[in-house]
Every structure is written in structure tokens, then in C-alpha cells.
Write a new protein. Structure first.
Length: 536
């Protein structure tokens, strides 16, 4: 008979000698719970991100569909689909019958692929959700960057909202959103390195290679690096030891410049961009390349930031912050010659303006009573600052939830009818897809979206592709100039889909060789009488 070796205590209490968790294991568990709590506890910057999504897109006046206000999104989607299907980046034209197979730089091909994937996954909903998330993320980066620079949290929130308003003119689902996000991020890393050298700085070289294939705005970053070098040289001339910084940032500029050659077109892309940006004829055709008019609400907010930034430049120069002053002046000049640069100016200048306002506020409240409202508000902003420096999972969870959301969130099913003749195109899709169509460049983008590869267009939004000679011909045509009839006959148009206010629309409407198919007061569709008789 077996005899038990357990003591009476062990038999009466089996758990008495069970293994106990070690203190280290308990500490690790507690640390894991604390980490989980941090990522699930929303911060003020998270709330800012979520509020922008709700304010701008979910319950805004225009909603998600406002991001499709530029027809270029259409040909970007189709270009991305072509790349995915052929596994090659196009070097020849895909979309026009006016310049078939002419050399073409698809310089934003990587963004095109991203858009094509988003479209394949969720249609236009995928496109606008991606664009909206990038806009909210850009604004959140500016807020966090402003706080990092030392601005009061309340001032940082205010100036960031001003920058959002000034940038709203370009809140469109287009490749430039990558530049709006990457420029402040890259300058933030440069500023971090200027405070204390970090190896992360050299990560900007591969980032530039990526950026080059996303959008041509990488040249603005290279220009800012060149201005940083100039600032270091000025500081050295004033007697400050800047030799190591000059060598470091010269190496960075050289590395980023070489990285920009990593694209399907090599150095030809840089030459093409340079020629495109310095072409005067572009300003006559493309509105976003023209000077700001300061008429819309967004442009008035840009005007306020412009004046504030130029005033702040005086303080920056007095404190020998030459790089920041040069960036503000450079981007201010760029935005005054071309309104498309206004968002870049706003995103770079807003943090500097916020820091200056915060410093003035700090000095003003130094001698104020503790019960003074201005001092209480300043102290509140200072106490809130740590809450603006954290990030949780809530922004990502929001985007995931929206991606899974249904039609109740008013996702766009087509481009906005107030800007594109979507109804007329739908009603006459068979006729339009089979004819040789004349349409404005923006509507040509939409036709590419709707009918490519079945239908090609006379012109679309790729102004860099069509060139000056073609652009002048296009202006003659839309204005009904003396040679409009010869241009129409030479191109063999059989259909014309035009805004009713175009002079050419009135001329064709009165021409016996053309017949009105439909006129809805905004757009008019005409067909050649001869082509109809031939078809009958």
C-alpha cells in the first residue's frame, strides 16, 4: 500500500505550495496594462484629428464630395489602374486623340497606384477617405509641431485652424496632399536635428526618393534645404561656429538631390519640372498657378497669416533665426506668384507665428494678477500642452470605422454635379462614348474617368503634357477667336460638351452645321449635323 509523502498542511491546503508569480512578472503585466491604457486614452491632438474629420467632411457644408472638386482625380485613378495592369509606368500618352502616344511624364505615378488601389477597394469612397485622413493628419502634425516648438497649446490650436482654413482651397483628392503632409514633417525632423544631431536626419534621403514619385513638391523641400545652408553661411559670416552644420546639411542636400533621381525618368523629370514651373503661359491657363485674389474665406485667412508671418520675420532675424526667416520669405513670395503654394506657406509659417504670439502673451501676463482672465487662459494652455503631445489609437479606429461604414455617411458615388455635367453625361453616355468629343480640360478629366479606354479626349488637366502651342490653340477655341472654325474642322469634332457661358458654345449653337442635343442651362451638348446624317 502506497503511503502519501505530503504533509498534513499540504493535503489540507493544496495551494499552499503552488508556484507564486514572480515580482518581475507582475511588474511586466502592470506595465502592459499601463501601455494599453495610454494607447486607448484619447489625447487633445486625437480629439483635434477627429473633430476635423467630423467638421470638414462628415457634417460639413460640402462633405466628402468636395474632395472631388478637381477632375484630375479621374485620370490619376485610370493611370494607376494602367500601371497595375501592365506593371509599367507610362512614358507615352494614354488619354488624348489630339496628341496620341506623345511623350508624357507620369511623374506622380506612385500616388496614381495608391489611388487605384483605394478605388479598387472601395470606389470613390476609398479615394475621399484617404484624402480626408491625410488632410486631418497634416493638420494634426502642424498642431503637434507647433506645441513642440514651444507654443502655448491654445495658441497652437488657433493658428493651426487658421492654417487649415488658408489651405482649404486645395483640399482636393490629388497628389499634392502628400507634399502638404511631408513638407512639415521633414522640416520638423530638420529642426530636431538642429537642436541635437540625430541619425534620423539621414532618413530624409530615402523619404525624398519616395516623395519624388508621389508628387513634384519635393523641389520645395530641396529649396528649403538650400536656404538652410544659406542661413548657416550667414551665421558663420557673423562669427558663429557653423562649419560642422554647413558640412552636415550640404551632405543632406546632396543626398536628397541624388535621391530625387530615383524615378522612372531620371534627371529628365527635374528638367521637365523646371521648364513647367517657369513657363509664363501656364499662368494664363491654369488658375492655381495665378496670384491669389484674397476674395474667398480661405484666401482671407491666408492673407492674415501672410501679414503675421512677415511681421514675425523681424523677430526671427533679431534672434538670428535666419533659416526660419528665409523659409517664410521664400514661401510667401512663392504663394504670391502662385496661389497653389499658399497652403505650403500657411503650414510652415503658422507654427512660427504661434510661437511669437505665445512669447508675447507670456511676457504680457508676467506681471498680471493670478485672477486675471488672460493669465488664467495662458496657464490653462500651458497645462494642456502635455495632452497635445500624446497619440492614441482613436484616430486609426475612426478611419477604420469610416472605412467599414455604409451609405448613411453620404459617400460620393460620382463627381459633384455642380462642377461636372454628370447627369448629361449619364443620359447621353452612348453618344458621348462613340463620338470625337470636344470638352473643357476639367470635363475631359471626368470623361477619362467615365469612359477610358473606350473614349479619348481632346484635352484634359495635364497642362504640362499639352504644352504652350496647344494651350494657346485651346484658349483661341474656348474664347471663339477668329480661327475657331479652322481648329474645329482640323480636329474633326463630332460632339461638343461645353459650359453655356463659353463664347464657343454660343457660336456653335448658332452654326447650322451643329445641332443642340441638350441644354440644361449650365452645360450644352451639341452634335454635328453632317455626322448625324451620315449615321442615318
Amino acid at each position: 500500500m502506497a503511503t502519501s509523502t505530503q504533509s498534513p498542511q499540504a493535503r489540507s491546503n493544496p495551494d499552499a505550495f503552488a508556484p507564486r508569480p514572480s515580482p518581475a512578472a507582475g511588474w511586466r503585466t502592470a506595465r502592459a496594462w499601463r501601455a494599453l491604457g495610454r494607447v486607448l486614452k484619447p489625447s487633445f491632438s486625437d480629439c483635434f484629428f477627429i473633430a476635423l474629420i467630423v467638421w470638414l467632411f462628415m457634417y460639413g457644408a460640402s462633405g466628402w464630395i468636395s474632395l472631388l472638386g478637381d477632375g484630375d482625380t479621374g485620370w490619376h485613378i485610370r493611370t494607376g489602374q494602367y500601371i497595375l495592369q501592365t506593371h509599367s509606368v507610362p512614358t507615352r500618352d494614354l488619354f488624348s486623340y489630339s496628341k496620341p502616344s506623345a511623350p508624357w511624364f507620369a511623374w506622380e505615378w506612385l500616388t496614381d497606384v495608391i489611388y487605384a488601389v483605394a478605388f479598387q477597394a472601395a470606389g470613390l469612397k476609398g479615394i475621399v477617405l484617404l484624402a480626408g485622413a491625410m488632410i486631418a493628419l497634416t493638420a494634426t502634425v502642424i498642431l503637434r509641431y507647433t506645441v513642440w516648438r514651444g507654443a502655448n497649446a491654445l495658441v497652437a490650436a488657433f493658428t493651426t485652424l487658421a492654417a487649415v482654413g488658408a489651405s482649404s482651397m486645395h483640399f482636393l483628392a490629388r497628389p499634392h496632399l502628400f507634399t502638404l503632409l511631408l513638407l512639415p514633417l521633414c522640416l520638423w525632423l530638420v529642426e530636431l536635428d538642429r537642436r541635437k544631431n540625430t541619425a534620423w536626419l539621414w532618413g530624409l534621403i530615402p523619404v525624398t526618393a519616395l516623395w519624388t514619385n508621389l508628387h513634384g513638391g519635393f523641389v520645395i523641400f530641396l529649396a528649403c534645404l538650400a536656404l538652410l545652408l544659406l542661413a548657416c553661411a550667414i551665421e558663420a559670416a557673423l562669427g558663429q561656429p557653423r562649419g560642422p552644420q554647413i558640412r552636415r546639411y550640404a551632405a543632406l542636400l546632396a543626398g536628397c538631390s541624388l535621391a530625387s533621381l530615383v524615378n522612372p525618368y531620371g534627371v529628365q523629370l527635374q528638367v521637365h519640372i523646371w521648364q513647367y514651373l517657369r513657363a509664363d503661359w501656364i499662368r494664363d491657363i491654369v488658375q492655381e498657378f495665378q496670384a491669389p485674389t484674397f476674395r474667398s474665406e480661405g484666401q482671407r485667412q491666408f492673407e492674415v497669416l501672410l501679414l503675421a508671418g512677415l511681421i514675425v520675420c523681424g523677430s526671427l532675424l533679431r534672434r538670428k533665426m535666419f533659416a526660419e526667416a528665409l523659409w517664410v520669405v521664400f514661401l510667401a513670395h512663392s504663394s504670391l506668384t502662385s496661389v497653389r503654394h499658399a497652403p505650403l506657406y500657411a503650414l510652415v509659417a503658422a507654427p512660427l507665428v504661434a510661437c511669437e504670439i505665445s512669447e508675447c502673451w507670456r511676457v504680457a501676463v508676467t506681471g498680471a494678477k493670478k485672477s486675471a482672465a488672460v493669465r488664467i487662459l495662458y496657464q490653462l494652455g500651458a497645462e494642456l500642452t502635455p495632452a497635445f503631445r500624446r497619440t492614441s489609437l482613436w484616430p486609426a479606429l475612426l478611419i477604420l470605422g469610416l472605412a467599414m461604414g455604409g451609405a448613411s455617411l453620404n459617400w460620393p458615388r460620382d463627381f459633384p454635379s455642380v462642377m461636372f455635367p454628370t447627369g448629361m453625361v449619364e443620359r447621353h453616355s452612348g453618344l458621348i462614348a462613340s463620338g470625337r468629343l470636344l470638352a473643357p480640360d476639367q470635363w475631359g478629366d471626368y470623361i477619362i474617368y467615365r469612359f477610358y479606354p473606350r473614349q479619348k479626349v481632346y484635352v484634359d488637366g495635364r497642362s504640362d503634357f499639352y504644352g504652350q502651342k496647344f494651350g494657346e490653340q485651346y484658349l483661341h477655341l474656348l474664347n471663339g477667336s477668329y480661327d475657331w472654325r479652322s481648329i474645329v474642322d482640323r480636329n474633326g469634332f463630332t460632339l461638343a460638351l461645353l459650359p453655356v457661358e463659353w463664347p464657343l458654345a454660343s457660336l456653335l449653337k448658332l452654326d447650322s452645321g451643329w445641332r443642340v442635343v441638350e441644354d440644361d442651362g449650365k452645360a450644352i451638348l451639341l452634335a454635328r449635323v453632317s455626322s448625324r446624317r451620315a449615321a442615318n
